[in-house]
Each structure stands twice: as structure tokens, then as C-alpha cells.
Design a protein around this ligand. Sequence first.
Ligand code: FE2
Length: 276
Amino acid sequence: MADFLQIVRDKHTITVYNKDMIVERAEHIVDFHTHVLPGIDDGSRDLTETRGLLQEESQQNVDCVIATPHFYADRFSVEEFLKRRQRALQSVLDDSKITAVGRPSLCVGAEVYFFPGMGRAEKLRSLCIEGTDVILIEMPFVQWTEDVLREVREVISRQKLQVVLAHVERYPQFQKDQRIWRQVMDLPLTIQMNGGSFIKDRRRRRMCLQLLREHERALLGSDCHNLSSRVPNLEEARRVIAKKLGDGVLERIDQIARELLKGATEMMLEQDDETS
Ligand SMILES: [Fe+2]
């Protein structure tokens, strides 16, 4: 049997083939934070852009993309947001040119901007990644207070949700007083960092690498919005992480993503040769 197995190492992906069939992929790459759904926020403008974004994700070996459009409690009701998100999602699933992309699969969630009262907000759960109790929270870009800490704590303990803090590397600059920051970071939650922060400037890269060393539970997201200035970039970010911290850290990231996505509603964009 072993004679048929072929192991292909492609950058950080190890794929095992038995003849032409993939029998095992050692890596399962998830882009945990994206704005790929068309026309719903400041991300993808239309289906053409969405198509391009998913194509790019696919080329970077991303297996699963979580669509996390912005949710602002002061702009839309939860119901209205979910309706708009469903419309955008359906347009993607109905687009035959997108189905030709083949990979990645798609899950939907939201990037929920922090709001006072979220710790007790009844409908918060419906903003989780579909099929899970995982919520992506964008924290305020100001000094965090005791109230902020209390709300996040309540989302975890009262609402019993698994919190992922979006692009955590963007907040420290606002925390002149680091006490609350430290307490938030000590909560049982997962932090997410943006791919671009490992690529662009050196100071931010250093900070992100340090966060990855200090925090067991960390995830990556591209936070891609378009194909020009905020692009899918996990391939390059993962290359930097592997080089600086070793493959083990990437394996840990993939493992945590897999664990959080257990039960998630994953939509497959099936291969359709006629439309490719
Ligand atoms: Fe975002």
C-alpha cells in the first residue's frame, strides 16, 4: 500500500496522495477574519471582487474562510444585519463563477464592535460563527476601562460564548494604563492577529511575534477587504511565523481554529468545470 503514497510538501502544506486522491492534509488553514461578502460593509464591493478574494485565498492554500462583516449595534438591529448578511451570502452561493473556485469553504459570522451592554445582550449569540458559540469582537480603539473588562467577562461567563478578540495588536497603543489590557488578556479567550501585521512594519511584527509566544490561544485572519490595499495575505504571514517561531506555532494556530470551528456550518463552493 505504501508504494502508492506520495507526499507533497508545498510551502507549509503537507499533502499525502494515494494515486490521485488526497488522503491526508497535515494542515488546515483557516482565515478567521475577512470581509469577503459583497456589498454589506466596507469590504468587497461586489461579486467580482468577492470572486477575486476567494480565488486569492484558494491560491494561498486557505481551506476555510470565515466571512465576518462588521456589526455595529448603533447602526443596525441584529435581525436586519442577519437579513443583509444572508442576502449577500446567497448571492455568493448562487454565483456559478464563484462555485468554480472550488476551495475554500465558507463560514459566516460577524465582527461585532464592542458596545455597552453586550455582556447581557440577548441576541449576541446569533452573531456567533454559524453553528458555533464563537464570537469575534472588535474592541474599542480608546483606553479600556473597568466597564469594558466587565462586559467582556460577562460575554464569557454569563452568555457562555467563546470570545475571539479581533486584531488584538491594534489596541495596545491606546492603553496608556496597561492594567485593564492585562486583565482582558488574562481572560479565557482567544486572540486573533492580522496577517498584515506580520508583514508590514517591523515594530508591529515584533509585537505580534511576542503575543504569539505569550499566548497559547492565538489565531490568524487576513482581515481582507479588497484586492488592492487590504488583501488576503495569510501565506506570507505564515511564512514569517514559521521562519521566526517554527512550524509548531502554525500547527497550534490551525489546531485552535479547528477546535473552535467544530460544528460550524461550512458551505462548500463546489468545483464546476463547465464554468471555470
Ligand atoms: Fe475586520
